[in-house]
Design a protein around this ligand. Structure first.
Ligand SMILES: *Cc1c(COP(=O)(O)O)cnc(C)c1O
Length: 395
């Protein structure tokens, strides 16, 4: 086996695609220690600055003292603790839906949702840039998949129209999209997708991993910000390891939908429930998300400051209004992206280079993510450093 493994790793090296693990030696805050060195990081998904919030840690410790650590069993055996149940109720309220179901990770939630919703005659329509877990979910189901161009409702309409004459009588159609796209930071054209789902009798599934907590008046997410309800988007998935700063994921929707998923999703049934202390921590995070809108306000201020400053320079950013702010690398070559990230690293800034296969070849970029935990000075430092190290500055 080792010979095969070595050959496979050599192939990765050949393509210059080997990834290195960075060891975080401190809390997940913007100023952190990585591999023993101080860094100012612009790459976490901790958009509200909650990952290291002491109140959330306190809630986790109190729950550990009360319940211990392990859930001890799957939800449908006897691992479903009171904390899980209370959290599900609060998540349903936060997304203004009838019910919610907790999963241990977003990846598992996506596999479970598509497994429940698809049958042998299902066609899944996916945005080309959907998160890997949504692509894998359709693949695992062996559902027939149609990809449409990123964010392009016209292209989706064309796909649906072309397929319609061949649609069998009980053939289910499911349209699946990220709410906020993880590598581009832009938002799906949801009102147009809702209209297409209604016109073509398809189910609409939105994965709002990067919108929940960040967008909407109370952090309810992308659907909340666009005032789309459960009748328009029946299946909402969101994760808890990003803006909420803890771990896990949930699906929210009508009671009947949630009960269906609870009974069918293998990634819900055949896995140990997340530790109840995580549910308790998430409840504390949800309360902060609701009661401290100033965190969203700080984040929006940072986004405005960053985008306005970049737009006054030669640097090219992608059209995003969210905390995910990709900066294009001229020419889009992997090696140039990596070299730029290295120059930033030399200045003490952690801004990851994103290259293929995570993004299409020739579209390598730096991916900046902003957090409410950054200070104004951090944002200014980032802008100065990007300008000082950009390929443009060097020619
Ligand atoms: C991060 C992410 C996931 C996976 O969630 P985890 O809880 O980290 O497994 C799923 N979908 C999207 C869009 C994501 O960004």
């Amino acid at each position: 086996m080792n010979a095969v493994a070595r050959a496979s790793i050599a192939a990765i090296d050949q393509e210059d695609r080997r990834r290195q693990t960075r060891r975080l030696d401190s809390r997940q805050t913007p100023h952190q220690r990585i591999n023993g060195h101080e860094r100012l990081a612009f790459c976490s998904n901790d958009y509200l600055g909650l990952a290291a919030d002491p109140r959330i840690a306190q809630a986790a410790m109190a729950a550990a003292a009360t319940y211990g650590v392990g859930a001890g069993a799957a939800h449908l055996i006897n691992g479903h603790h009171a904390e899980h149940e209370a959290l599900e109720t609060e998540l349903a309220q936060a997304t203004r839906r009838e019910a919610a179901l907790l999963f241990s990770t977003g990846y598992m939630a996506n596999i479970g949702v598509l497994q429940t919703l698809s049958d042998r005659h299902t066609v899944v329509f996916e945005d080309r840039l959907n998160h890997a877990s949504l692509i894998d979910a359709a693949r695992i189901q062996r559902a027939s998949t149609q990809r449409y161009d990123h964010g392009d409702a016209h292209h989706l309409a064309a796909r649906l129209t072309a397929r319609a004459p061949r649609r069998r009588r009980h053939e289910r159609w499911i349209i699946v999209t990220d709410g906020v796209f993880s590598m581009d930071g832009d938002i799906a054209p949801l009102p147009a997708l809702v209209e297409l789902a209604q016109r073509f009798d398809a189910w609409l599934v939105v994965d709002d991993a990067h919108g929940f907590g960040v967008l909407g008046h109370h952090g309810g997410g992308t659907l909340d910000s666009l005032q789309l309800c459960a009748a328009q988007v029946p299946v909402l998935i969101a994760t808890l390891g990003k803006a909420l700063g803890t771990a896990g994921a949930f699906i929210a929707g009508d009671k009947t939908l949630i009960e269906w998923i609870r009974q069918r999703a293998r990634t819900y049934i055949y896995t140990t429930a997340q530790p109840p202390l995580i549910a308790a921590a998430t409840r504390a995070a949800l309360a902060i998300m609701r009661d401290e809108p100033q965190r969203r306000a700080s984040l929006q201020r940072h986004i405005a400051k960053f985008t306005q400053a970049i737009d006054r320079t030669d640097l090219e950013r992608m059209p995003s209004s969210t905390p995910i702010q990709p900066i294009k690398v001229p020419g889009g070559h992997d090696a140039d992206a990596v070299a730029w990230a290295q120059r930033l690293d030399d200045l003490g800034l952690l801004v990851p280079a994103i290259r293929s296969p995570t993004v299409p070849s020739g579209q390598s970029r730096l991916r900046v993510t902003l957090s409410a935990a950054h200070t104004d000075a951090d944002i200014e430092h980032l802008i100065d450093a990007l300008l000082a190290t950009s390929p443009q500055a060097r020619t």
